[in-house]
Structures are given as structure tokens and as C-alpha cells.
Ligand binder design. Structure first.
Ligand code: PCA
Length: 324
């Protein structure tokens, strides 16, 4: 009897230890608020994986920068402080200029071109992230980027000296080339920056303006320049990835592909609906005049040259794959 009891205990602890070895819990760092479509999509992805993995992997999401702020997420995932996270790709140009190809003005100005550019750049990006100890899962664009301003902008000289909120090197460069005064500010601090008067203009999506209720901070104008579609990507720490069995890895990749498709759809819907929401909130939603547009296009051409020389032969082959 004693022996049976002993064997039973051994067996029970064995089963328990096997379970512990197999069951993984990942914390997913998200920079944007729970109501943002990127976060909602990532949460659905996380829930689907958790549900379908049979208890082998649970992904817990932490939206709104509650685990790590936007600017910290790449490093946190790389070092394994968070096993998985989402980051705005084009803020990582210092890591790899290819990550900011989607923020080059007027390179891809429609969803179908943005998809083409994504496909052309993805293999190199996946490889470069892998060499930094990261597994790429999926990427989803923000709606088309437009110019927000407290004051009306009718001419090139109206841009001069405007205090401008930038979110990456490309938007800093646009500001410099158009005579605005840029400050880099993460999305989480937008409302405060506008309400204190630290900034008075920015370029971002109708979605971010709507989510921030930007009209409450004295921003009256939205100019739909639609010059690029920057993406967020979801990445996993490679060590965490390697601790999953093959079946679970396949499940994660399958759900990631679904999340990517859904995310692009949500983005397209937001691109229409969120502009309407800005107008419904009383903002003036329109286009820049043709002089301003060609001014921005010239800036785009200068930046394309600068980026090409920064991105070297890898950049050149991405561009030729895109144009092909
Ligand atoms: N919203 C984010 C990135 C691009 C966008 O549309 C932001 O403004 O920071």
C-alpha cells in the first residue's frame, strides 16, 4: 500500500513537472490604448492563441504602455523582459534603416502599394530582426498620415516655425525641410503636448487624432496628405520562441497571419470612418492646396535620396522589388 502511495506521488509530481515545463506564459507589451484597433487586434490574436494552444501558451496583453512604454518595447522584447510586444516600425531606423522604409513620403500612397512595399521589404526585415534575436510575427499599417494643425495652413510660409510633434526620424526630417520646429513625442503624450502648447501641429493618422480627441486640445484642421502608411509590428523574443514546441509555433504563426489580414481590414475601415469622426467633432477636414502638395512632394524626393544612401544595397534591392 505504501509503495502504491509512493509511486502515485512520484507519478503525480512527474505529471506536474511536465506540465510546468510545457505551459508558457507570455506578457505582450502594447504601447497604444486598449480601444486602439492595433491593440484590439493584438488582444484577439493573444486570446485565440491562448484558447487554441491547449494550455501550452497563454499570452497576456498589457495595452496603453502599462508594461513598457512605446519607446521601451523593442529593447524589452529583445532582452526578454517581455516575451512579445508591438512596436511602431519606423521609429527604429537607428536599428535598421529598412524599418523606416514605410515612412518615406510618397513612396507608397495607397493600401495596395503599402502592401507591395511590405512584401518587398519583409524578407530583409525578418532576417535583420532574427539576427538581433527577434522573431517577426506580423505587421499592420496605420491609416494614411495627414497634417494636423491648430492654425489654418494655406501656404508654405504658414508652416514656418510651427512647433511640430514628430514620431520618428522621417517626420523630424520633414519638419526640418519645411521649416517647422520638431520635437519627438510618443503617442501617449500627444494630448498633453498640444494642451500645454508645447506643439501646435503633427502628421499622423485620423485614427490617432480621433483616439486622442485632438479637437479638445485646440486642433482645428486636418489635411489629408496621405503620403505614407507606417506600420506596427509584433515581435517575439527568440529564446521564448524556441521554448515552444513545433505545434505551438505553427499555431502562433497561423494566428499571426490571420491577425495581419484582419488588422489591414480594420486599418482600411478606420481610414474612412475616422476622418468622418474628425469632421463630426467639428474639425475642418480637407486637402492641402497644390502649391503645398508639390512642396511636400519635393521634400519627399529629397528624403528618398537621403534614405537610399543610408539604406545601401539592401535598400536598393527592396526598392527595385517594390517597383517591379
Ligand atoms: N499613430 C501613431 C503612429 C502613426 C499613427 O498613425 C502616432 O501618432 O504615434
Amino acid at each position: 500500500m505504501k509503495l502504491i502511495k509512493y509511486l502515485f506521488t512520484v507519478l503525480a509530481s512527474l505529471i506536474l513537472s511536465i506540465n510546468i515545463a510545457i505551459a508558457e506564459k507570455w506578457d505582450m507589451a502594447l504601447a497604444y490604448g486598449a480601444g486602439n484597433f492595433h491593440s484590439a487586434n493584438a488582444t484577439e490574436f493573444a486570446n485565440n492563441v491562448s484558447k487554441k494552444s491547449g494550455g501550452k501558451l497563454t499570452i497576456v496583453t498589457h495595452p496603453g504602455g502599462s508594461l513598457f512604454k512605446g519607446g521601451e518595447i523593442f529593447r524589452a522584447v529583445r532582452t526578454g523582459q517581455a516575451q512579445i510586444g508591438e512596436r511602431f516600425m519606423s521609429a527604429l531606423g537607428k536599428e535598421d534603416p529598412l524599418l523606416e522604409v514605410d515612412s518615406q513620403p510618397f513612396l507608397a500612397t495607397s493600401y495596395s502599394d503599402a502592401m507591395k512595399l511590405y512584401k518587398a521589404s519583409k524578407p530583409e526585415i525578418v532576417k535583420s530582426l532574427d539576427s538581433k534575436g527577434l522573431i517577426f510575427l506580423y505587421a499592420v499599417p496605420w491609416p494614411a498620415q495627414g497634417l494636423y494643425s491648430k492654425k489654418e495652413i494655406n501656404s508654405v510660409s504658414d508652416l514656418k516655425g510651427l512647433k511640430f510633434r514628430a514620431y520618428n526620424s522621417a517626420t523630424i526630417r520633414i519638419a526640418e525641410l519645411t521649416g517647422m520646429a520638431p520635437t519627438k513625442i510618443e503617442a501617449a503624450e500627444i494630448s498633453q503636448a498640444f494642451s500645454t502648447g508645447a506643439v501646435e501641429s503633427m502628421i499622423t493618422s485620423p485614427t490617432t487624432g480621433k483616439n486622442k480627441k485632438i479637437w479638445e486640445n485646440g486642433v482645428k484642421y486636418f489635411y489629408d496628405i496621405a503620403a505614407w502608411f507606417p506600420k506596427n509590428m509584433v515581435i517575439v523574443n527568440k529564446k521564448s520562441w524556441n521554448s515552444l514546441d513545433k505545434e505551438t509555433q505553427e499555431l502562433v504563426m497561423k494566428e499571426a497571419a490571420l491577425a495581419e489580414r484582419k488588422g489591414w481590414q480594420l486599418s482600411k475601415q478606420g481610414n474612412v470612418a475616422d476622418k468622418k469622426a474628425l469632421a463630426a467633432a467639428g474639425m475642418v477636414v480637407g486637402k492641402v492646396n497644390s502649391t503645398l502638395r508639390s512642396h511636400f512632394e519635393k521634400v519627399g524626393a529629397t528624403m528618398a535620396k537621403e534614405w537610399t544612401s543610408k539604406a545601401g544595397s539592401r535598400g536598393a534591392s527592396v526598392l527595385s522589388a517594390f517597383k517591379y
